[in-house]
Design a protein around this ligand. Structure first.
Ligand code: AMP
Length: 693
């Protein structure tokens, strides 16, 4: 794509030079009083060149705006059509709309709620049930100490710039991204080299430090969007909503920005619940809160959203996965770090190969990437518009071993919907240190092993005399020393007799004398290896997945009369908000009774459905439910048999009244395909029944 765009930019620059040269020769011929036919021939050549230039401009415009498969429907127009349908049919509603709403807060209306429940039910089945995960449910309000330990209080920030005159805030990276995209898409005069530079900025945007971001904003002369006022340098803004727990105001807290911390702090109990065995995974579905600087992209960047998170705890020395072979042969679009920084595109890679070649750090991470791929595609996300992008070096937290985002392409571009990270032992260590509770696992040896061990014995009497009430903190800090630190202390105590020692729970340095601690190496028999587990974390933004699913499922088709475009969501039955509608063909008591009986059977079978006994034409009723993505419609046109219509093909079969509910149950639950049903029952061709369809 970029290479064809580049060659078009070069061709355009060449053609522009040719046009200018030809215009000069026309002027020269005229000035020299050349014969009229010569001037006319030169003008003809100039016009031909101008036409060729216009044609290249048109191709370039099409290449940069990315109008899907060359169709005239732009991304914006497509998005607007989807949003109009979603809003009109109450898939979502701007929260507090009668008070003009609040940016970044949305309600789910009835079909939106049903889709959300279905996606979450499938998530539970595909992950929690399949892997025997331990599901927990923790509060959203979280005390400060937890988020201090996790690093969120100090580091959960985005870089913000302010309009120097009005004080309006913007996300710095978003402004740079908009600038680059706009230049690339709307300015056809930029050279291929400038275009390549801007594309590189876009590819490495998440990798830029605050200073680098500020430098780029200055270099390109980026100003505040509406006012064109100058912007401040970028500075960090913490995204957490702060609150206080209880009336005193003395106990600060935050609305959790992710659900993961609730799992980490429960590790000890969950490990015990799991029979003190690794690996195991815990899972949580819940709301997360982030005070986004300038929420935009509609439903994609919001201030309160549902997260579904998995924390898979594993021995850092063995990250193999027993079920990896089940996903190893999957092939899909992957975008490794190397390809991104060298300006290449994402490519299809076999997952087994990606792990074997070390592109993906380990089997367990690879296993979850594969499971996420299956989850998203089974929901209805289109595989050609799904890729797994590896985090760039700066983008990834320093402690993380590897990190991949499942990105889905929508009208807004590629959107991060699931983050899959190997977070090593960072979180459990951080909470162990802050809480003083050891969040560790143990591997029991079948035979005891002799090992040389460092033994630190604080002399409590001496420490008590020197530090009185703080003695306990000092003892704990000495015992928690890592081997390297303890050996350094031992060497210093032997040469200098005393040493300065920082106790983090006291937040100060103290002096440790030789008489206060003994440090030695001893041979010991060990019966177990104690270690902090690593964590592999797949984290799903449920709202983002659902929005992308809406876009991937939406299409328009002409009405039978051809005078109208009708909206359809081709949801798989798994996610469809309602699985089936039941319509009497015409208003008549007998048909209505049959419809009610079928509705009862569907309820008993647990199939969500809607019964519509209004007198509206059948075609209009079909169109209304196609717009909600209802996959099947049962139409009652006799008292003995009914038709079942499939939404996308509009094919209809005829079945006995008594079997209708059971057939719909089988196809919605995926135990039978529509093709199978289609080949097993008589077909029904609609004449009057489907007049408007
Ligand atoms: P993170 O912890 O930042 O990796 O986020 C985890 C997931 O939450 C992402 O993959 C997104 O799908 C989702 N997410 C993050 N921020 C938002 C937001 N402001 N609105 C909606 N979803 C979000």
């Amino acid at each position: 794509m970029a290479s064809s765009e580049d060659s078009l930019r070069r061709a355009l620059a060449d053609k522009q030079s040719a046009v200018e040269a030809q215009a000069n020769s026309v002027r020269a011929l005229k000035a020299a009083g050349a014969p009229k036919p010569d001037v006319e021939t030169a003008i003809e050549a100039l016009n031909a060149l101008k036409l060729q230039k216009a044609s290249i401009e048109k191709d370039l415009q099409a290449a940069v705006t990315g109008a899907a498969d060359g169709s005239a429907v732009s991304r914006e127009a497509f998005r607007q059509a989807v949003l109009n349908t979603l809003e009109r049919r109450l898939f979502y509603i701007l929260s507090f709309k009668i008070y003009r709403g609040v940016a970044g807060l949305y309600d789910y209306g009835p079909p939106g709620c049903a889709v959300r429940s279905n996606v979450l039910a499938f998530w539970r089945q595909h992950f929690v049930l399949e892997e025997n995960m331990l599901e927990v449910h923790c509060p959203s309000v979280t005390p400060e100490i937890v988020l201090k330990a996790s690093g969120h209080v100090d580091k959960f920030t985005d870089l913000m710039v302010k309009d120097e005159k009005t004080g309006t805030c913007f996300r710095a990276d978003h402004l740079l991204k908009d600038f680059c995209n706009e230049k690339l898409q709307k300015d056809l005069t930029i050279s291929a080299e400038t275009a390549a530079e801007l594309r590189h900025v876009l590819a490495t945007l998440d990798d830029l430090s605050s200073d680098e971001l500020g430098a780029k904003i200055r270099k390109y002369g980026i100003t505040a969007p509406d006012t064109r006022n100058p912007l401040s340098d970028p500075y960090p803004f913490n995204l957490m909503f702060q609150t206080s727990i209880g009336p005193s105001g003395l106990s600060p807290g935050y609305m959790r920005p992710e659900t993961a911390q609730g799992i980490f702090v429960n590790f000890k109990d969950l490990y015990y619940y799991n029979g003190n065995k690794l690996p195991f995974a815990a899972a949580q579905i819940g709301e997360a809160f982030r005070n986004e600087i300038s929420p935009r992209q509609g439903l994609l960047r919001v201030r309160e959203f549902t997260l579904a998170e998995i924390e898979h705890f594993v021995d850092p020395e063995d990250k193999s996965h027993p079920k990896f072979s089940e996903v190893a042969n999957l092939e899909f679009l992957m975008f490794p770090r190397k390809e991104q920084t060298s300006g290449q595109s994402a490519k299809i890679i076999r997952l087994g190969e990606a792990v074997a070649e070390g592109i993906v750090n380990n089997e367990t991470l690879g296993y979850f990437i594969g499971r996420v791929y299956l989850f998203l595609t089974r929901l209805g996300i289109h595989e050609n518009h799904l890729r797994f992008r590896q985090h760039l070096a700066n983008e990834m937290a320093h402690y993380a071993a590897d990190c991949w985002d499942a990105e889905i392409e929508s009208s807004y571009g590629w959107i991060e919907c699931v983050g899959i990270a190997d977070r090593s032992a960072y979180d459990l260590r951080a909470h162990s240190e802050k809480s003083g509770v050891a969040l560790v696992a143990a591997e029991k040896f079948s035979e005891p092993r002799e090992v040389e061990k460092l033994v630190v014995i604080p002399v409590k009497k001496e420490l008590g005399l020197a530090f009185k009430g703080s003695q306990k903190n000092v003892v704990e800090a000495l015992e928690a020393m890592k081997e390297e630190e303890a050996l350094e202390m031992k060497a210093n105590l032997e040469t200098k007799g005393e040493v300065e020692f920082y106790v983090c729970t006291l937040e100060k340095n103290i002096t440790i004398k030789k008489s206060m601690v003994t440090i030695s190496k001893e041979k010991k028999k060990e019966h177990q290896r104690v270690f902090t587990p690593s964590v592999i974390e797949p984290s799903f933004g449920i709202g983002r997945i659902i929005y992308c699913l809406y876009e991937h499922s939406y299409y328009m088709r002409p009405s039978k009369a051809g005078d109208e475009q009708l909206n359809v969501f081709r949801f798989p039955p798994l996610v469809a908000p309602i699985k089936c509608t039941v319509f009497p063909l015409v208003q008549n008591q007998q048909y209505e009774n049959v419809a009610k009986d079928i509705s009862k059977s569907l309820t008993a079978a647990g199939i969500s459905h809607k019964i519509d006994i209004t007198g509206t034409s059948i075609g209009k009723r079909y169109a209304r439910t196609d717009e909600l993505g209802v996959p099947f419609a049962i139409t009652v046109d006799s008292t003995t048999s009914v038709t079942i219509r499939e939404r996308d093909s509009k094919d209809q079969i005829r079945v006995d009244v008594e079997e209708a509910a059971a057939i719909v149950k089988e196809v919605t639950e995926g135990r039978r395909t529509w093709e199978d049903v289609w080949s097993s029952f008589p077909h029904h061709s609609s004449v009057s029944a489907d007049a408007d369809d």
